[in-house]
Design a protein around this ligand. Structure first.
Ligand code: PCA
Length: 218
């Protein structure tokens, strides 16, 4: 029965920084209700706000009791699906969030560890994306803005819930956004949705990650 499937909580953000669209919500909402790897996808919109995003995230976790949490956010300027490996316990906002808050050097969770690694099989996810021809990379920083904030909170929540796993993927601008900016890469929405579906399938069906190099020197 559909209702007995474990849930994947998949989140996207509303537009910020002067944009009128956020590719993360467009991509995420296309997967709402889908069955992937024996799990049911529940998509939720989070505001690009430090405080409210965590309130909504916690409520969504209580409501859906997810086995997997995957946050998705826009990283304008990146040219590939960017699988984040780490989130840090730091808020340092370059621009105010959508509520006007601009925290500087504040922790996401006071007293929490300095950082968490994603416990999703990030290298297997990357390999599957590349095999299927979707441009993807591992990233070692999710920044210090609202995406890192939500990624850190997801990993913190997953660490406290037995068996729960969490991660975060940054995605490029959509072509319509890049068309108004000079020299910025973009990716079609269908490609992003396809890529997220591949990544989620691997996450849902793979327990042990690949031991292959994914390191970076710079
Ligand atoms: N990207 C921002 C926050 C919301 C989003 O989609 C970030 O990378 O922090």
């Amino acid at each position: 029965m559909a209702t007995s499937l474990p849930n994947i909580l998949l989140t996207g953000f509303d537009p910020f920084g002067g944009e009128s669209i956020n590719p993360s919500w467009e991509a995420v909402r296309a997967l709402h209700g889908r069955r992937i790897g024996g799990h049911r996808v529940v998509a939720r919109l989070l505001p690009t706000e430090f405080a409210a995003s965590l309130r909504l995230l916690k409520a969504a976790v209580r409501e859906t009791a997810p086995a997997i949490l995957l946050g998705v956010g826009q990283a304008g300027g990146r040219e590939r699906l960017s699988i984040e490996r780490v989130a840090v316990n730091l808020q340092d906002a370059r621009i105010p969030d959508n509520a006007g808050a601009r925290p500087i050097d504040q922790p996401v969770i006071p007293g929490g560890p300095a950082a968490y690694f994603s416990n999703l099989p990030v290298k297997a996810m990357l390999a599957a994306l590349r095999d299927r021809g979707v441009p993807a990379e591992l990233s070692h920083t999710a920044g210090t803005y609202v995406c890192n904030h939500v990624a850190y909170a997801m990993l913190h929540l997953a660490a406290k819930r037995r068996g729960a796993r969490a991660g975060f993927i940054h995605i490029p601008y959509l072509p319509a956004q890049a068309a108004r900016l000079h020299g910025k890469p973009s990716m079609a929405l269908e490609e992003m949705v396809h890529g997220l579906e591949i990544a989620l399938r691997v996450a849902a069906t793979t327990r042990t990650d690949l031991t292959v190099s994914g390191g970076a020197i710079d």
